[in-house]
Design a protein around this ligand. Structure first.
Ligand SMILES: C[S@@+](CC[C@H](N)C(=O)[O-])C[C@H]1O[C@@H](n2cnc3c(N)ncnc32)[C@H](O)[C@@H]1O
Ligand code: SF4
Length: 450
């Protein structure tokens, strides 16, 4: 890494899965605002759903997700039951004229901890309560350690079309340090079961920057991952935030690769995957050229939402389950992360929203600028401002903030056209931050850029 680029890699910048980001959410937004925003949904508007299942079999020491270990099925089963009630509450709050569900994503935690009966019941309830569109995609995050042949059949029967498997790293010595023993054969078997049952699209999550991991380890993991022909890969840099996730204290910080090593690991994954013909998608995804995401990159239709890069075209994302986030035209809402509070609200017949943020002033224009830049890696500032009926120079403050990044070769500016350079691609979060009027460089609130 060039010395001039180190400050960008070390900067703590948002991932911009929303704008304003979750740091700006406050408890002044609640169920009443959500109800009003839902009532404003236009006729025919397609809906996207995110369902959060906050349970896992065992805690991975690196985990940054909202989850806890379920030692018995009782807690999971009770949660599934309450989720059915939340679906009914949400459906009742929606205007009847919405356009049905275009995309469903089960995330977590580990949605595959749901037993077959509960998973099928939730999917059936979604169809009944909201109606689904013919081209609906149903995606599920999968912990391969919870898979079996029957579960693969249940997922396929319920209409699951895409499975995202948590792979992270294939090296035993790294797996030992992260409390996640998951041999290659176990992942391969899960992929075989899923494909055999008819779940066609397979995604993998890989992580670099893990304890004890080297550039060689990352290359080995990427090569093994490729041997299973995934359709997409998400490649995350390990975010070490022990003040926020206590179990990460189990990771010995002296085992963590330094910034230069992390950067080399990120580059190595890119080299292996692009060398095999995969297309780089934004700063942390790769897709097989035949996959819809690679096609979206070419067509300029790639989007970004709470799951990161997506081909989901719906403008409305509705969250279900504890801690879920919803995105609507007027703003964002978040359900209570506390299982107890979430459940109490549902039992009281209330939508369990406890915080959010309403878009104000230039937020909608800046949100679209950031999302376009992070997806297309270019932006015409003048045309963008005009599309929002704003003055031609409305984003000129960003040009000033971008000038050091231009000098450091991350961005090229031609008049009002901003282009992310090949070098800048990995730092696109730092570039996006120049358009963010809420962001304060505050330690500990966001992960490092690389
Ligand atoms: C909900 S999990 C995926 C499904 C399932 N729970 C599993 O791990 O197999 C979402 C993904 O987030 C990523 N992840 C979790 N904690 C992370 C962290 N601290 N830093 C970077 N990525 C992380 C992992 O790649 C993980 O697969
Ligand atoms: S990485 Fe996945 S399986 Fe591991 S604790 Fe987090 S959510 Fe659970």
């Amino acid at each position: 890494m060039k010395p001039a680029h180190k400050k960008y890699a070390l900067a703590e910048v948002p991932r911009y899965t929303s704008y304003p980001t979750a740091v700006q959410f406050h408890d002044g937004i609640g169920a009443a605002d959500y109800g009003q925003w839902l009532s404003q949904i236009s006729a025919g508007e397609p809906l996207s759903l995110y369902l959060h299942i906050p349970f896992c079999k065992k805690m991975c020491w690196y985990c940054g997700c909202h989850t806890s270990v379920a030692h018995t099925y009782d807690r999971v089963g009770a949660y599934a039951h309450d989720l059915l009630a939340e679906i009914d509450l949400l459906a009742a709050a929606l205007p009847a004229h919405h356009g049905g569900v275009a995309h469903v994503h089960f995330g977590g935690g580990s949605p595959t901890l749901l037993n077959d009966v509960d998973f099928a019941a939730i999917c059936a309830k979604i169809t009944m309560a909201f109606g689904t569109r013919d081209d609906m995609e149903l995606a599920v995050e999968i912990d391969p350690r919870t898979m079996n042949a029957q579960k693969a059949k249940t997922l396929a029967k319920a209409g699951v079309s895409r499975a995202s498997l948590g792979v992270q790293d294939f090296n035993t010595h790294v797996q030992e340090k992260i409390n996640r023993i998951q041999p290659f054969e176990q992942v391969k078997q899960s992929v075989d079961w899923l494909r055999g049952a008819g779940v066609e699209a397979i995604n993998f999550d890989l992580i670099y920057g893990l304890p004890g991991q080297s550039v060689d380890d990352v290359r080995h993991s990427a090569e093994l991952a490729l041997s299973l022909c995934p359709d997409r890969l998400a490649v995350f840099g390990y975010a070490h935030v022990p003040w926020f996730k206590k179990h990460q204290e189990m990771i010995d910080t002296s085992d963590l690769p330094g910034m230069e090593e992390r950067f080399a690991e990120a580059k190595m994954v890119g080299k292996v995957l692009e060398g095999a013909g995969y297309i780089a998608v934004g700063f942390d995804h790769y897709a097989h050229p035949d996959d819809d995401m690679a096609k979206a990159v070419k067509a300029g239709t790639l989007r970004r939402n709470f799951q990161g890069y997506t081909t989901d075209a719906a403008d409305i994302l509705l969250g279900l389950g504890a801690s879920s986030i919803g995105a609507l035209g007027p703003g964002y809402v978040q359900n209570s992360p506390s299982l107890d509070q979430w459940r109490k609200a549902i039992h009281a017949g209330k939508l369990p929203v406890v915080r959010g943020v309403e878009l104000q002033g230039e937020d909608a224009m800046r949100r679209a600028a950031i999302m376009t830049l992070m997806s297309a890696m270019k932006l015409d500032l003048g045309a963008h401002a005009r599309a929002f009926n704003a003055p031609e120079n409305a984003l000129d403050d960003a040009l000033v903030k971008l000038s050091p990044l231009v000098e450091d070769g991350l961005v090229h500016i031609d008049g009002q056209h901003v282009h992310v350079t090949d070098v800048g691609w990995v730092f696109v979060r730092n570039i996006a931050a120049c358009f963010d009027t809420h962001w304060q460089a505050s330690a500990g609130r966001h992960s490092k850029a690389v």
